[in-house]
Design a protein around this ligand. Structure first.
Ligand code: CP
Ligand code: NVA
Length: 305
């Protein structure tokens, strides 16, 4: 039983499904417990955030807890003192730690040394809460979360890597449309291919990736921490823009997703983002419900150990 949620694969397939069901119960108002009553949660952010920060803090309050927003300036994690020491001290005060930072290893280290659950709110390598919210949104809109073609177009980044991780747990046809220079993490890709659960394809022709897709997904071409590469990435990824012309080869009722924030006019056009296929704001809302469910699952796990 896992203490932390740092990767999608920290949960078993059954736990992932249970978490999604719990999120649905929370969303519908069926779940009314306050598992975080009297608890303080440390929300550490070393990068900007709208959705993750506000949905975590709101979710914590809704579950009866209170949150502390901590930036790099306050605790200087790993600089003023070691991650080990900070993890031990934080565990004496708070009931859970949520962190968004650059290094995935730092988050693993924090999880290893903290005595309380650690939740990954995005690293350079992965963004597991996002993809769990996304698959929940797909389940709501398409009535299933497996046997679907998901076409991811754009930069091979933390979002792509998290889709690859999910594809080792749920049976998907994951078609990644990207340039040869912007492939996802090679180790994550290898593991997803070797898992043999899903069909994984890498395409350098966007139409091939999108052909007959149930879902077309995109993200910014230059992630946080890489904005200096924006022009170069735009050059490499230009043909992977999600626009209405490209959507013609997808399924007729294709759903379009974007984790947001979007750079409208770059990776996605206004027409598509605001059009009838777009479910981007349902997707954003579901961050709240899935994260409440993830935190509740982790606290249940802790009580069982
Ligand atoms: N999608 C997402 O994580 O958004 P923020 O960067 O605003 O948190
Ligand atoms: N890939 C993006 C996701 C933002 C939610 C980034 O890391 O900036």
């Amino acid at each position: 039983m896992t203490k932390d949620f740092i990767q999608i694969t920290d949960f078993t397939r059954d736990e992932l499904i249970e978490t999604m069901q719990l999120a649905r119960d929370m969303k519908s108002g069926k779940f009314t417990e306050k598992p975080m009553a009297g608890m303080t949660v440390a929300c550490i952010f070393h990068k900007a955030s709208l959705r993750t920060r506000i949905s975590f803090e709101t979710g914590i309050h809704q579950l009866g807890g209170s949150s502390l927003y901590i930036t790099e300036k306050e605790i200087e994690l790993g600089k003023r003192e070691s991650i080990h020491d900070a993890a031990k001290v934080l565990s004496r005060y708070v009931g859970l730690i949520q962190i968004r930072t650059f290094s995935h290893e730092d988050v693993e280290n924090l999880g290893k040394h903290a005595d309380v659950p650690v939740v990954n709110g995005l690293t350079d390598l992965t963004h597991p809460c996002q993809i769990m919210g996304d698959i929940l949104t797909i389940w709501e809109h398409l009535g299933r979360f497996e046997d679907l073609k998901i076409a991811y177009l754009g930069d091979g980044n933390n979002i792509t890597n998290s889709w690859l991780n999910l594809s080792t747990m749920f049976k998907l046809n994951l078609a990644i449309g990207t340039s040869p220079e912007t492939l996802p993490d090679s180790e994550t890709l290898r593991r997803a291919q070797e898992a043999g659960v899903s069909t994984i394809g890498i395409y350098h022709d966007p139409k091939e990736a999108v052909n007959d897709a149930d879902v077309v997904y995109t993200d910014v071409w230059a992630s946080m921490g890489q904005k200096d590469q924006a022009a170069e990435k735009a050059e490499m990824l230009r043909k992977f823009q999600v626009n209405s012309e490209l959507l013609k080869v997808a399924k007729k009722d294709v759903k379009v997703m974007h984790c947001l924030p979007a750079e409208r006019g770059r990776e996605i056009t206004d027409e598509v983002m605001d059009g009838p296929h777009s479910i981007v704001f349902d997707e954003a809302e579901n961050r709240l419900h899935i994260q409440k469910a993830i935190m509740t699952q982790l606290l249940r796990n802790l009580r069982k150990t």
